[in-house]
Design a protein around this ligand. Structure first.
Ligand SMILES: [Zn+2]
Length: 442
């Protein structure tokens, strides 16, 4: 986000604060909230106004920023999900799945290994060159919230709704940033235990998936802005709601710090070979280090040295295990347009038939609301160590992974409104199930 936009957003939040305050004096009791519609409209207007936005990384800029990116954008023949799983294990980050091939990202030495292993590489191009060639790259991304803006908005929301909202940190990242969690609960604040059924929404495991911060962040704005609507009021009274919009702020800030995207997926751990980053969505203890994960530190799907070796995934583990009341979870990623459910890490369906039916039906409903495709996570490939497999396996939480829409990691700000609007419907639907997910079977 440029300073100009950040200032205008802050200014707008400020204005909304004062106008609410003025109205409040005239109309006592009027809800004093950040306006969801106002914020959404503003994001759209910023897009159409065509203000100055960051552009994609170019080789010279990457060098100037001290980044040595040896990754390639590749297209490899892959006939089924077993071949795709082995490609992940070899160190390829699969970004797009096509009928008989995949496209994705691989470091130079992984690429050399693929040829030796007999894979047919149809196309390879240095990632920096590939990014440069994206002519339709949207120039609108300043509307997205960076870490500071996300933090400020969460704090504003809590200050305006201090009777039911609180903010606390799940812990610190590798680079010492707080991992913020906004909680909505009418009777308990901060870390205080609650017996109410709990729902949790998590965004930005992966740094470059910036849309996956916007959806849960604006969900928080929405729930608090519409807190007096009948349904929302009922859920807020009955449930314990947690929103962690940006789990990997270090990666997010690295991705955008020069104003030129770095295509960063992982966190900012410096590995033993001096490469940077562990894939947080391979670092959970669900058959850690098994199928579909890479043990090669430079790979974008590197699982790390041990399950929960990373402070960000460890923060989620500690958060979940300390709250036995959690019933549902949605972890947002981009892109693909999918609502997925366990297992992702093994070649089998969820064994408990009742649970499996809950997963299928709930994912089906959320897919209708978002116009996405519902499927078991292992349909594209098998990948161990992911959040939702672990949350269901370790804590029996009905955990979903939503791959948001878009054609690329940087789909522009115009997509925010649609993605947020439809995914809020799905998120509210998940709240409707949280008191007893099994009621969907009746
Ligand atoms: Zn992701």
């Amino acid at each position: 986000m440029t300073k100009k936009i950040a200032l205008s957003l802050l200014f707008a939040l400020f204005c909304s604060h004062f106008s609410f305050a003025a109205e409040e004096a005239a109309q006592p009791g009027k809800n004093d909230n950040v306006s969801f519609n106002q914020l959404l409209k503003q994001l759209t207007e910023e897009y159409t106004a065509g203000l100055q936005m960051p552009e994609p990384a170019r080789p010279a800029d990457a060098e100037a920023a001290g980044v040595q990116d040896n990754r390639y954008w590749i297209t490899v023949q892959a006939s089924d999900r077993y071949v795709r799983t082995r490609l992940l294990e070899a160190g390829v980050d699969i970004v797009e799945v096509h009928k008989n091939k995949i496209s994705g990202i691989a470091p130079k030495d992984v690429l050399a290994g693929l040829s030796q292993k007999g894979y047919t590489i149809e196309k390879k191009i240095p990632l920096s060159q590939y990014i440069k060639n994206l002519k339709d790259f949207p120039a609108a991304d300043a509307a997205y919230h960076n870490y500071k803006e996300t933090t400020d908005l969460l704090k504003t929301l809590v200050s305006k709704n201090s009777d039911i909202a609180s903010l606390f940190s799940l812990g610190k990242t590798i680079e010492n940033r707080e991992i913020w969690c906004l909680r909505i609960n009418s009777t308990a604040k901060g870390r205080k235990a609650s017996g109410k059924p709990g729902a949790v929404y998590i965004g930005n495991h992966h740094a470059r998936e910036h849309l996956s911060n916007e959806v849960p962040l604006l969900l928080a704005v929405y729930l608090l802005d519409y807190r007096n609507d009948a349904d929302i009021k009922k859920y807020i009274a009955a449930l314990d709601i947690y929103i962690v919009p940006m789990l990997n702020p270090d990666g997010v800030e690295f991705d955008i710090k020069t104003g030129k995207y770095q295509w960063q997926r992982k966190n900012m751990r410096v590995n033993s070979d001096k490469s940077v980053g562990v894939d947080l969505n391979r670092n959970y203890d669900s058959w850690f280090g098994g199928q579909g994960t890479s043990h090669y530190p430079s790979a974008d799907t590197y699982c790390g040295t041990a399950a929960f070796s990373e402070p960000e995934s460890l923060a989620i583990k500690n958060f979940v295990l300390a709250r036995k009341n959690l019933k549902t979870m949605n972890s947002y990623h981009s892109y693909g347009g999918l609502v997925m459910y366990p297992w992702g890490g093994k070649d089998a369906p969820v064994e408990n038939e009742k649970d499996r039916q809950v997963f299928i039906k709930a994912a089906g409903e959320m897919a209708k609301l978002t116009d996405y495709t519902p499927e078991q996570s292992n349909e594209m490939y098998i990948a161990t160590g992911d959040t939702c497999d672990w949350a269901y396996d370790a804590a029996k939480i009905f955990a979903f992974t939503t791959e948001l829409e878009g054609r690329g990691f940087y789909p522009g700000a115009a997509i925010i409104e649609k993605a947020v609007t439809s995914n809020i419907k799905a998120a509210v639907y998940m709240l409707s199930l949280t008191d007893n997910p099994y009621k969907i079977l009746k």
